[in-house]
Design a binder for this molecule. Structure first.
Ligand SMILES: Nc1nc2c(ncn2[C@@H]2O[C@H](COP(=O)(O)OP(=O)(O)OP(=O)(O)O)[C@@H](O)[C@H]2O)c(=O)[nH]1
Ligand SMILES: [Mg+2]
Length: 219
């Protein structure tokens, strides 16, 4: 069975999207994923060791989709080799920074290198500036800088707060945007055709049910 689908009952299958969450330590990755999966702020968050795993089932066009969120450790000593393993079969990426800590924003280029080294530049990605409830507008990183960087890397920007209940729609949007992008991606089935001019390749819309050979989500 493909890494994108899981058996539920009988012949029924459910799509599974695996989303990895990256960013410096303390930017709020755990709180954001907890907010999305549990619908509330996690009061006592501790530094993640290795990777934490959360999931939530959503519906798109009446189809149940399981979103698996892989919440990684920001601290280098807790990442090490453990995290490398968790990059396998990732479909989409969330990169988080803290709007009150410019150094976490400057780290984004390092996270992009990390993504690149795992061949994930073609996967849907979003940039998230968290903790918008903190500090004053002057002390927070200007949105224009963030937009410029997001544009440079070709990803949408979300500014939000895992803490505020009033921001929960925004947190929803982060993960639902990725889910819709993944859902609407139509991986192509490649078929070889012998023509007068020799073999050529045509691409056809994929069959509804995925098989192992056509599960690539990269565009
Ligand atoms: N004010 C405010 N505090 C937040 C927000 N999100 C997280 N925090 C706090 O920031 C601290 C770090 O949050 P975590 O979610 O544990 O950060 P993390 O990115 O998972 O950190 P690592 O696991 O070490 O990589 C905690 O004390 C949270 O309570 C937010 O939106 N607003
Ligand atoms: Mg964490």
């Amino acid at each position: 069975m493909s890494d994108r689908v899981e058996a539920i009952s009988g012949l029924q299958q459910r799509k599974v999207f695996k989303i990895i969450v990256l960013g410096d330590s303390g930017v709020g990755k755990t709180c954001l994923t907890y907010r999305f999966c549990e619908g509330q702020f996690l009061d006592k968050s501790e530094a993640t060791i290795g990777v934490d795993f959360r999931e939530r089932t959503i519906k798109i066009k009446n189809e149940e989709i399981k979103l698996q969120l892989w919440d990684t450790a920001g601290q280098e000593r807790f990442r090490k080799s453990m995290v490398q393993h968790y990059y396998r079969n990732v479909h989409a990426v969330v990169i988080v920074y803290d709007v009150t800590k410019p150094e976490t924003f400057h780290s984004i280029s390092n996270w992009m290198h990390e993504i690149e080294s795992h061949s994930l530049m073609g996967a849907p990605r979003v940039l998230v500036g968290n903790k918008c409830d903190c500090g004053t507008p002057e002390s927070r990183l200007a949105t224009t800088y963030a937009v410029r960087l997001a544009d440079k890397y070709g990803m949408p920007l979300f500014e939000t707060s895992a803490l505020l209940d009033t921001e929960c729609d925004n947190v929803e949007s982060i993960f639902l945007t990725l889910a819709h992008k993944l859902y609407s991606k139509q991986p192509l089935r490649v078929m070889s055709v012998e023509g007068e001019l020799g073999p050529r390749v045509v691409t056809l819309p994929r069959h509804k049910r995925a098989s192992r050979s056509d599960t690539c989500l990269c565009s």
